[in-house]
Design a protein around this ligand. Structure first.
Ligand SMILES: C[S@@+](CC[C@H](N)C(=O)[O-])C[C@H]1O[C@@H](n2cnc3c(N)ncnc32)[C@H](O)[C@@H]1O
Length: 376
């Protein structure tokens, strides 16, 4: 099947209307950018995971064209182990982020994570090529995005660089948007922003705990709140190959008790999971065990590389917790559950962050109500 101009233009216009009707999109300038940008030309192929774990290629420029104009994240790049390393972010999230950034004519924007170039294309439509700067760690992705953007008549400034260092050559920026998650906000980003700038990034401190945070540039710090709606991005990678530590053998069971805390807070209570992750080991792995008869998850698991583990039955409280190893993992979740309840179960909008050149300070409601300082 060949894609005609009318096919994709109708679909892109329908996507803009859909995003407006769902309340994700308010600004006509972004609606115009969505309607004018052929996502299928920037994402002609995507991958979808099959029930057996393998990935099937989708023809998003042909038979699967509708997918390119749906609110779907499209995985576009897999590493040698079959893990996704690049994707085109779902358009509803992309426009929510662009609107949160309160972008105006004349703003100079730096994007960390060029990926397919789709977001860079939206930005270039809104601001003009010269105001858009985008970097990606992977030179091949950058070159592909550059060629596809050029075919659309777009030439934003692109570079293959580690985004942790920003792109000082074109600083200062009025807005920085990171489309990969970071364990800490690099202070170099603050140094490359203009006074009054806004930065939007996905802070994930470990084990997927965290959310998007919108930070305002002050003379001595970045400060702002987490966004009300949760989002998760692929983690930032670096050029060095770090060897994952070999996990110790799973230790013998040492205890069993019951819990009223949620069994899988990383999925169901993400604010609580942030609180728990602040003190849990950073090398933690999350998982599930399957009921051998039904092949559906019957328990959530946490494991650490020192051999510590815990196993929590899913379903209604009280849930059974079994634990082993030198680090009592579940008590961190219990403590966080208590703290979260004692504070009225705060949602993301009550959580805030102050970033200075040497600290990340998490606070509740107001910057002077700090509850944790993250080490750099
Ligand atoms: C979700 S994708 C970006 C989506 C992209 N904005 C788009 O519109 O298609 C995340 C991207 O971050 C990139 N990335 C990962 N680590 C990076 C780093 N250290 N510096 C710059 N980019 C990085 C990945 O290569 C990947 O392309």
């Amino acid at each position: 099947m060949t894609t005609t101009q009318t096919d994709w233009a109708d679909l892109a216009a329908a996507l803009a209307d859909h995003l407006t009707s769902t309340g994700d999109l308010h600004d006509p300038a972004w609606a115009a950018a969505i309607a004018a940008t052929p996502r299928h030309q920037l994402v002609p192929t995507a991958y979808r995971q099959q029930p057996d774990g393998t990935w099937a290629a989708l023809d998003t420029a042909g038979a699967d064209l509708n997918l390119a104009y749906s609110t779907t994240t499209l995985v576009t790049e897999l590493d040698d182990t079959g893990q996704p390393v690049s994707s085109s972010t779902k358009p509803d999230l992309m426009v929510r982020m662009l609107e949160l950034l309160d972008i105006h004519d004349g703003h100079r924007v730096l994007e960390i994570g060029t990926g397919t170039g789709y977001n860079a294309a939206l930005l270039a439509h809104r601001l003009g090529d010269d105001h858009v700067h985008s970097v990606d760690l992977d030179p091949a992705l950058v070159e592909t995005a550059r060629a596809r953007l050029a075919a659309l008549g777009r030439q934003p400034r692109l570079a293959a660089r580690d985004g942790a260092d920003g792109w000082p050559k074109h600083a200062p920026y009025d807005r920085i948007i990171a489309t990969c998650s970071v364990p800490r906000i690099p202070w170099t980003w603050a140094e490359q922003t203009a006074p009054g700038a806004l930065l939007l990034a996905d802070l994930k401190i470990g084990s997927g705990a965290g959310n998007l945070v919108l930070l305002h540039r002050h003379p001595d710090r970045l400060e702002g709140r987490f966004t009300g709606r949760w989002a998760g991005f692929l983690p930032m990678r670096h050029d060095t190959t770090t060897q994952a530590p070999n996990p110790s053998a799973r230790a013998e069971q040492v205890g069993e008790h019951t819990t009223t805390a949620p069994a899988e807070p990383w999925n169901t209570h993400r604010e609580l999971w942030l609180l728990a992750a602040l003190t849990l080991p950073s090398d933690l792995r999350r998982g599930y065990t399957l009921n051998p008869d039904t092949r559906t998850p019957d328990a959530a698991t946490l494991t650490a590389t020192d051999g510590s583990w815990c196993h929590i039955t899913l379903g209604d409280a009280p849930r059974r917790v079994r634990e082993g190893g030198p680090t009592p993992l579940w008590e961190h979740v219990e403590t966080a559950w208590q703290v979260w309840n004692d504070n009225g179960r705060p949602g993301w909008e009550r959580f805030g962050l102050t970033v200075t050149s040497d600290a990340h300070i998490l606070w509740l409601d107001r910057p002077d109500n700090a509850f944790h300082t993250l080490s750099r």
